[in-house]
Design a protein around this ligand. Sequence first.
Ligand code: NAD
Length: 426
Amino acid sequence: MIGAGYVGLTSGAVFADLGNTVWVVRRDAGKIEKLKKGIIPIHEPGLAAIVKRNVKAGRLIPTTKYEECVPFADVVFIAVGTPDGKNGADLTQVYTAAAEIARNLKSGYTVVVDKSTVPPGTADEVTAILNKYKKKGAKFDVVSSPEFLRQGNAVEDTTKPNRVVIGSASKKATVLLVKLHTPLKCPIVITNVRSAEVIKYTANAYLSMRIGFIDQIANLCEKMGADINDIIRGIGLDKRIGLHYWWVGMGYGGYCFPKDVKALAALFDKVGERDNLFRKLDQLNDDRAERFAKKTEKALGSLKGKTIGVLGLSSRPDTDDIRGSVPVNFIRELLKLGAKVRAHDPMAQENARREMGDTVAYFPDPYSLAKGVDGLCVVTEWPHFKKLDLTKIRKLMKGKLLLDSKNVYSPERVRKLGFTYLPTGR
Ligand code: NAD
């Protein structure tokens, strides 16, 4: 497993738990040494225990060296990062990994799998790189098998996936990968390579679009005196639509959705479809943080010199990852408008500090943060934010503004406590 981040480490640990021998490769020796002791570099519920027991059993082997594992592997997964680039996904890590894999391929047969999210056509590029650098006698097939896990839920999503997609032009490679995934007892969708690559972007773009869509309707609700929660019930009971996955708020965030929608929009541009839905979706989502900062400003008259408390720094609960973070974007907009910002997150604080430095003051809990603030903004749905003692919070605050971007509180109750309450779309 090349790459031992959220995807590589989780998949590697789960494959090891199924009885396979798995090497996980990453470049930073310090983190590999920690992994050898069962200490994981990320927060994912349940992952540390699986890593620990499989490292101890010798089934999960962390290493920095391709030569220690690639020549012995039947399957090599590429699970490195594919961040947002200048014009679509930046594939540098994938291509670097492919070249390293090529130099270490054994003589004989290996399946190389693109697990990273990569634009259609990438498997062809990876094939070309493998052919360029491989030794004589090394044979391989490149397969696309994208990952669908959600951060904060990675172990559950990997042990019980909704489906596994295998995009392959080789029967031999398909048989091997089906065998590897069969113990997961989930549907396996077998396609050609390009379709598998497109499936991943389609899934992420669709989920992002549901969020972008309901955010737009929330804007309308605020102008028309309608209630987004009622709208969701009213549409969601239609079986064609469903009640699930309507996440109203400051837009979609996290590592994947923003960069994958941007990459898809860039791909449409590239194939001459400039007038596409995804460019607009991306732009509307990017504007969302500013919209909420202005909403806060309007409620307080001005943000100059005002102290605003922000609860939540990662886009979703149960992760310490702040890549593509909606709260971080929101904080940056608040700062532009002259606010002094305080923040609290039970897990993502250290990563946020690295990203935003001392422009923000960090607090160990919501109550110490609330003391003396002019406004409080709840941005991430951590369960303990939902259960806050709002009577105490109201007394601690200097002002009375409560922005509830995810609609976690009851408007009647909050207003009764004397807050100026700003929910979303209601
Ligand atoms: P990550 O940044 O957490 O992990 C990437 C890992 O690759 C890091 O450990 C890094 O050190 C390592 N790496 C980079 N270049 C390397 C190289 N040449 N050799 C060895 N190791 C190298 O990223 P992630 O969140 O695990 O995402 C990986 C891929 O999976 C991305 O394409 C992402 O879009 C996709 N994906 C992510 C998620 C998610 O929720 N995080 C879900 C589905 C798909």
